[in-house]
Design a binder for this molecule. Structure first.
Ligand SMILES: Nc1ncnc2c1ncn2[C@@H]1O[C@H](COP(=O)(O)OP(=O)(O)OP(=O)(O)O)[C@@H](O)[C@H]1O
Ligand SMILES: [Mg+2]
Length: 327
């Protein structure tokens, strides 16, 4: 007789890991295009973590893999101590997800959206109802408990999605662009909610387009573009890595390539990059380099349509890494 007494799920043994999320070479291809490209990521437990990247960077796809909605093409991800590829049910029990597009059940009341969701996790009806009311109260929508979802404002619906993500007391919460489309007041109130969740010791993983939001809320930030992880550090350390000097940005009426070559020879220019007719120059003398830059652009037969100056910041680091603006 063979002995097969060990039925412990080997993928959940990393339960006491220091990492809420750990990925190795995480990769997702859609046909020929690579949405997530060999990402190695570690998110400490209890961390507020931001995933920053422009449109199409692969943020939603990455969150999709980490939350078991999308299957990776290659690589591995362990979330809240369980492997998403082989223990998806365990992962789902330990995480809450606020998707990029709110997807409440619009045929149900606000309250029932929470109670029905709790049922998926085997939470008894009476306990689910009590917890749902507590969450609705916490998020200031308990007076709308019996309303249909469509009767809520955008900000209220977003808070309902967060309440739903929390109904089973998950350890890790994923939020994909949680404040897009919210007015400034609703955005601030959501920030307060996220700070409270973080103070309770939960791990928060959020994607955002908003540098200010990432900087205010997150202890660690990943900068991604075209599926690749370009930088991963604290906001302060990332800021310290921003290219020195002022960023001088000139928008030309055509190809900025030839001007870029010449710009490198201008005194006090410390770095040059070019993308889509925009010439970006780093200067250790602020805007003093501008006349020389305009001269060389004009002598190349082009016109400067716009000039922009920016001090070193997360935004200028992002630009230097991706060649693109975040917002
Ligand atoms: N189901 C799919 N089929 C084919 N391609 C896809 C699919 N989902 C995503 N992609 C592609 O993968 C890339 C990454 O998309 P993803 O939605 O992850 O980016 P994102 O960073 O979340 O962008 P956004 O800021 O616009 O939400 C894009 O090029 C997108 O077109
Ligand atoms: Mg997205």
């Amino acid at each position: 007789m063979s002995v097969t007494a060990v039925d412990e799920d080997p993928t959940t043994q990393a339960r006491e890991s220091d990492w809420a999320v750990e990925t190795h070479n995480l990769t997702k291809r859609f046909g020929a295009s690579v949405a997530v490209n060999g990402v190695d990521l570690k998110v400490p437990r209890g961390c507020a973590f931001g995933y920053l990247g422009p449109n199409g960077a692969g943020k939603t796809t990455t969150i999709g893999i980490l939350t078991t909605r999308v299957r990776a093409t290659a690589g591995r991800a362990v979330v809240a101590g369980a492997d998403v590829g082989v223990a998806a049910v365990t992962v789902r029990q330990r995480i809450g997800v606020v998707p990029q597009r709110p997807n409440p059940d619009r045929s149900l009341s606000v309250l029932d959206n929470l109670v029905f969701h709790a049922a998926y996790f085997g939470i008894a009806h009476s306990r689910a109802t009590a917890r749902a009311h507590a969450l609705l109260e916490q998020f200031d929508i308990d007076d709308r408990a019996e309303a249909k979802v469509d009767e809520l404002s955008g900000g209220q619906q977003q808070r309902l999605m967060i309440a739903r993500a929390l109904i089973h007391e998950p350890r890790v919460i994923f939020l994909d662009e949680p404040t897009v489309g919210l007015d400034p007041q609703a955005r601030r109130s959501l920030w307060d909610i996220l700070r409270d969740l973080h103070a309770q010791g939960r791990t928060i993983v959020m994607t955002t387009h908003y540098m200010e939001e990432a900087d205010r809320l997150c202890e660690r930030l990943a900068i991604v573009d075209e599926g690749r992880l370009l930088a991963l550090d604290t906001p302060a350390s990332l800021r310290a890595r921003a290219p020195g000097g002022t960023l001088v940005e000139l928008t030309l009426d055509g190809d900025a390539g030839p001007a870029a070559e010449q710009a490198k020879t201008v005194p006090h220019v410390t770095g040059v990059s070019v993308r889509d007719g925009v010439l970006r120059v780093y200067s250790d003398r602020g805007g003093q380099v501008i006349p020389a830059l305009i001269d060389l652009v004009q002598s190349g037969g082009r016109t400067v349509n716009n000039i922009n100056l920016a001090a070193p910041s997360l935004e200028t680091l992002f630009l230097s890494l991706t060649g693109r603006k975040l917002e």
